[in-house]
Design a binder for this molecule. Structure first.
Ligand SMILES: C[S@@+](CC[C@H](N)C(=O)[O-])C[C@H]1O[C@@H](n2cnc3c(N)ncnc32)[C@H](O)[C@@H]1O
Length: 241
């Protein structure tokens, strides 16, 4: 079950009581995002003020994603697990109405924040589960997944990555940014300590254990480039279908 939503529309009704809302989400995140979504944007802002060593930290890694995905006029781009829509909107501005940018997001609370923002032409949001993306094979030129895979249990994470592979055309690109385990022990311990207070701690550990690039490769993508950013808090990967 999914629904395309527009500014001013009520969300949370398309899927209410649907069995298709995954169990993990109901158990761990439904209530969490109902309140966290209100402070999500300022929280991310403040977190990266420290991690990037100054103002504009969040903007810098979001711009890095845009630089790596390199949107071209007329392209179709899917933002998977789009949250409050910050990146979706940045991508839409870059395409300036010439293409299509779609965000798919499960949490009605997160979507409500996204829908309250000013959207450029060509941007839309879908309320739905990224394990089941409502587009045909190879529909999109490119896709991004930003800071979401670490929240997903292994099976869900793999389903989402397989769906990303399915909807991107051959030769199309994907950029994924996720938490990283730095080589420096004290830094790795510090990041681990920060994550301990989050509900996603077990799935975060599992992603680090499996390895982000391994997970991306196992669904069929070819890895083109990897790097770290924000004091090595994040790893960023560019893949090609
Ligand atoms: C940490 S947030 C990242 C949001 C956004 N990508 C950003 O850059 O700020 C992770 C998001 O993934 C969403 N999510 C989790 N499971 C999902 C699923 N199966 N399908 C779609 N969205 C999902 C959550 O509701 C949450 O908004």
């Amino acid at each position: 079950m999914w629904k395309r939503v527009q500014v001013g529309e009520k969300v949370g009704y398309g899927m209410k009581d649907s069995k298709e809302i995954p169990d993990y989400y109901r158990r761990i995140y439904e209530k969490w995002y109902n309140w966290f979504s209100y402070i999500y944007d300022p929280f991310v802002d403040v977190l990266f003020l420290f991690l990037n060593g100054g103002f504009g930290g969040e903007r810098r890694w979001r711009e890095l994603i845009v630089e790596w995905i390199n949107p071209q006029p007329g392209e179709k781009i899917l933002d998977i697990c789009s949250g409050t829509g910050t990146l979706t909107i940045i991508l839409g501005k870059r395409l300036a109405g010439t293409g299509e940018v779609v965000g798919i997001e499960l949490s009605p609370a997160q979507l409500r924040i996204a829908l309250g923002k000013e959207k450029p032409d060509g941007v839309s949001f879908i309320e739905g589960d990224a394990q089941n993306i409502p587009f045909s094979d190879c529909y999109f030129d490119k896709s991004v997944i930003c800071g979401a895979l670490h929240e997903l249990p292994r099976e869900v994470r793999r389903n989402v990555l397989s769906e990303a592979y399915r909807i991107i055309r051959p030769g199309g690109k994907i950029v994924i940014i996720e938490q990283n385990k730095p080589d420096l022990k004290w830094k790795a311990l510090l990041f681990d300590f920060m994550e301990r207070f989050n509900p996603e701690y077990p799935t975060y550990k599992d992603l680090l254990k499996c390895g982000l690039t391994n997970e991306i490769k196992r669904v069929g993508f070819r890895i083109i480039r990897t790097d770290t950013t924000s004091w090595e808090y994040f790893q960023i990967v560019l893949g090609e279908r």
